[in-house]
Structures are given as C-alpha cells and as structure tokens.
Design a protein around this ligand. Structure first.
Ligand SMILES: Nc1ncnc2c1ncn2[C@@H]1O[C@H](COP(=O)(O)OP(=O)(O)OP(=O)(O)O)[C@@H](O)[C@H]1O
Length: 513
C-alpha cells in the first residue's frame, strides 16, 4: 500500500466527526494493507510507532521539514519502504548516528509529497495519537476481519495493544483472535482507577447508578486456581504465592475448580480495623520474614472482581455480571463491602462509614463496564477523604482551548513564617466554575507584578483560596520538597488575608502524620 493512501485515510478520519465513517475508512485501509504491512499500518493508524521512540526529537523533525525541497514526490513511497527507513533510523547507533538518522529522514522527506510529509511529521511528533482513535480502530479491525467488535477489544486488552490483534484477526480470523485468551495461571495487568473529587461527581460521571466499594489500603492480589494449583500475583504481576498461604487456602477451599479473582489482601487488627499499608506490606517481604510474621500478622483477602468463574472468561462481561459470578464463587466475608446506589446521600454515608472504619475511601464502579486490564479506565473512580488547605495564589498561567483568555492554572503557596514569604506546593486548574474563572482573571490581573502577555503571570500574594487535595507527596520539583496530590479549588476565601493562610509547618505535619 502507498503511504499516500494511508495518509489520506488518516487525514479523512481526523477530519470527520462521524464515528461510523471513521470506522468505514479505517476498515477499508486495513483490508488494503499487504499482509506484511498490517502490523505497522495498524500502529500508524493508531498514531503509534511500533517499538516506540526512534531517537529523533521534535526539533530535528521540524528542521528536516524546513530543509526539505519544495515539492517531493516521484514514485510513491510504500508503507513497507517507509517502515524499513524508520527501522534504520531507530537502530542507528554509535558515533555519527545522529547524522545518519537525519540523512535517512531527509531522504524520506525528499521523496514524499505534501500529504505524506504531513503524515510522517505528525507520526514522528506523536500528534496522531488520540485516545478516542483506539476504540474506533478496534471496531475497524472487527469490520475488516468480519469478527465481533467485543472479541477484538477483549483480545487487544489481553495483548496489551491492538496491532498484533489486527494482524491475527486479518490473517487468521476467529482462530487468530482465540489465541489471545486469559490463561489460568498467567497473570494479566490489573485494571486501575481514576480519581473523582467526591462521590457525587463519581455517580454523575458513571451515569447515575454505580457500585461503591470500600477502598482497602492493602496489597492488590490476583489469585488463580486451576484445580489443585493456586498462584497469586501482585499488582506488578510478581508471583507472591509463597507470601500469602491464607489466600492459597481460601482458593483451594472454593467450590469452583477454575477461578481468577481480583482483590486486596490486608492485615487487620483484632478489632477489624486495617493496619497501615506498610504493616501489610511486611508480609510481602523476604520468605523467612513471611514465615516468621504469618502467625501474628494474618492477611485477610477481600475480592472485588472475577475474571474467570463459573466456567467462563468474564473480562468482556459487564461489572454486574462479574460481581454476580464472584458472589457464587466466594462467601460474603471474602468479598469487599459494596453498595449499589444512585443516591448521592446514600453514597456519601457509605464513604463516611468506610472512612470511620479506617478504610482509605471508596471505589465507584460502572455496572456495565468490562474489565479493562492494564488500563486506568474511567469506569473505576476512587474517592478518598479530601483534605483542605487555605493557600495563597502566587502566580497564574493563561488557559488554552475553552479557557483561552482566562487566567486558569494557579500556583499555590503555603505561608512560611520563618521568612515571611510563601512556599509553592503545586498548581491547579481544577474545580473552577466559569464564574470563578472570570472573577479570578480580573482579580489576578489587578494583582499582577509582571507583564500580562507572558504565559505565566506572577501576582502579589494576596488572594487566599481553599484547596482540596488527596494527599501530600515528596517532590524534588518544589522548593519545600512537598507537593499536593490532585489539588483542586473549592472556593476563594475572601474572608481571609494571606497572614491567615495555612503554613508550611501545617503541611509538613499532614505529610508526616
Ligand atoms: N474495592 C476496590 N476496587 C478496586 N481497587 C481497590 C479496591 N480496594 C482497594 N483497591 C486498591 O486500589 C487501587 C486502585 O487505585 P489505583 O488504580 O489508582 O491505584 P494506585 O495508583 O495505587 O492508587 P492509590 O495510591 O490511590 O492506591 C487498586 O490497585 C487496589 O490495590
């Protein structure tokens, strides 16, 4: 296939907002790729370079574009030829390799017409990549291969990428896809969570009704049972079977012979409240320690998902179906406490109760979503106790896109009584309403101590803002060595002066405590 054709498809897909048209265009392109071009073609259509970075920076790409002769062209570049050239660029090494890369790129651009140049540059600069494209492309692979889209998505999740799945689906059809199976005994990357500011926001984002579960601050476990064989894996897919004999015993005692369950193992105190994370983690240290500690520091397993149960692989099934399978697989005391609700007040009470019992917060889950292995998907939203601090605005950055013309990203500082100054702890552009943006832009412009046409405007430290955040982490980027995690504005405290703002000592106390 010619690169020009692929470039045209990519351009057309970016230009149309219509999902079905995108799918049709992409499917057609996938069908037209030669067998040996399928893997690389699918990658490029997704905006990715197979193998990742190829050792050419943005500045070099731009310089090469500027230097390229006005009209390239000639015999059309094929996808396979370009793939080979990019391969040579990626593997150039040793003395003079930068020059060799640049010459290779120049030669490519000299042969490329305008649309091909645009495509190559966008590909090399990472500008073709966009999240939404992945889903569209999976549907296009399904269309091109004549297979169910859900099967293609499931296979891509297990493969960790779409291109190998595209190759298998297009070359071998259903049999090719069937190779991407969850195998009991082999771990898959766990699904992760995004953050929501509070339960109300989480319910709204998940479409009203959702499952809320305790967020236990323990260790993630993925437990596999195949008959008498049990293996347990950590979040990073390490085999931790030897560290968790209790979990192994539970799985062996379960009525079903084939299971893959996802959950959390945690050390509990006699009163049922959790030990701190660090204490639980002692059980995952060296083997001798585990044997010594196990009797006095038992682990309790709380499962929250079933990836294989009831004789079926459930990754593509909705969360409510997986939970129902989990209910059949293990007794209630081995499942994480859970509430399905659409009522924010009920959800709030569930969060408060979890916090009161010493849990970290809750995870809200979309009932209809599949298990997105290895993804920090939007179907799981964690909500933790929000701390707040009253901080002083030290500077602000101009917004872009919808926020163009507004001072948006605030630099936040805590008071430092020892110097009379302020210590920056982070930035945030989150949590602001349009009214707040308009108001703060006017106020900050009046307080500016530097030019307003710079992207970042320093201001007199006078405005006090109440900021919510999830935690404090050490950070070499900020002068106090500390930074706020997931900071967002709650409201301006016009009733407070900068002298009333929270101090860096308070922040250090929160960090230590
Ligand atoms: N009910 C639950 N459902 C899902 N994950 C849970 C649950 N309870 C505890 N967890 C833990 O919370 C984690 C989900 O949060 P996330 O994916 O953001 O992990 P993280 O990056 O380690 O974040 P954090 O530091 O907030 O735990 C899971 O990896 C799991 O270990």
């Amino acid at each position: 296939m010619l690169l020009a054709e692929l470039a045209e498809v990519s351009r057309a897909v970016a230009a149309t907002p219509a999902r079905l048209e995108k799918i049709a265009r992409l499917a057609e392109a996938l069908r037209r790729l030669a067998p040996d071009e399928r893997a690389v073609g699918a990658s490029w259509l997704a905006g990715d370079l197979p193998g990742g970075r190829i050792g050419i920076g943005g500045a070099t790409v731009r310089a090469a574009l500027d230097a390229a002769p006005a009209e390239g062209g000639g015999p059309g570049l094929t996808v396979a030829e370009v793939d080979a050239a990019l391969g040579r660029i990626a593997t150039a090494s040793g003395a003079g390799s930068a020059g060799a890369r640049r010459r290779e790129l120049d030669a490519l651009l000299a042969r490329a017409g305008a649309p091909e140049r645009w495509f190559l540059a966008a590909l090399l600069l990472g500008e073709l990549r966009q999240g939404a494209l992945e889903g569209v492309l999976a549907d296009a692979v399904a269309r091109a291969a004549g297979l169910p889209a859900a099967e293609v998505r499931r296979a891509a999740m297990l493969a960790g990428a779409l291109p190998p799945v595209a190759v298998a689906a297009l070359s071998e059809g259903a049999a090719g896809l069937a190779r991407f199976r969850l195998r009991v005994g082999e771990p898959v990357s766990p699904m992760l969570a995004q953050t929501a500011a509070d339960v109300e926001e989480a319910l709204r984002a998940l479409g009203g009704e959702a499952a809320l579960e305790w967020k236990l601050d323990g260790a993630r476990i993925q437990a596999h049972r195949d008959g008498g064989e049990v293996r347990v894996f950590s979040r990073s897919l390490r085999d931790v079977t030897a560290a968790v004999p209790e979990v192994v015993a539970l799985l062996r005692a379960a009525p079903e012979p084939r299971l893959v369950l996802d959950g959390e193992a945690i050390a509990l105190r006699a009163d049922g409240t959790p030990e701190p994370f660090q204490v639980t983690m002692r059980r995952f240290g060296r083997r001798l320690d585990v044997e010594r500690l196990a009797p006095d520091l038992p682990l309790t397993a709380f499962f929250f998902d079933a990836l294989v149960a009831g004789g079926a692989e459930l990754l593509a099934s909705p969360e409510r179906v997986r939970w129902a399978a989990l209910e059949r697989a293990v007794p209630a005391e081995q499942r994480v406490p859970r509430l399905v609700t659409r009522d924010p007040a009920e959800a709030g009470a569930f969060l408060e109760d979890a916090l009161a019992r010493g849990q970290e917060g809750v995870v809200a889950k979309a009932l209809d979503a599949p298990y997105e292995a290895g993804r920090r998907g939007a179907a799981w939203l964690k909500v933790k106790r929000a701390h707040t601090l009253d901080l002083v605005v030290l500077a602000a950055e101009w917004g872009s896109g919808r926020r163009r013309g507004w001072l948006s990203n605030l630099h936040l500082g805590a008071r430092d009584p020892s110097t009379g100054g302020f210590v920056m702890l982070g930035k945030t552009f989150k949590g602001m309403t349009d009214a707040m943006l308009a108001w703060q832009t006017e106020r900050l412009k009046a307080l500016a101590t530097g030019p307003l046409d710079a992207w970042q405007v320093p201001v007199r430290p006078e405005l006090v803002v109440e900021v919510a955040f999830d935690g404090i982490q050490s950070s070499p980027r900020y002068p106090g060595g500390l930074a706020l995690r997931f900071a967002r504005v709650k409201r301006y405290r016009e009733d407070k002066r900068p002298e009333d703002a929270d101090t860096i000592e308070t922040v250090r106390g929160l960090y230590g405590g």
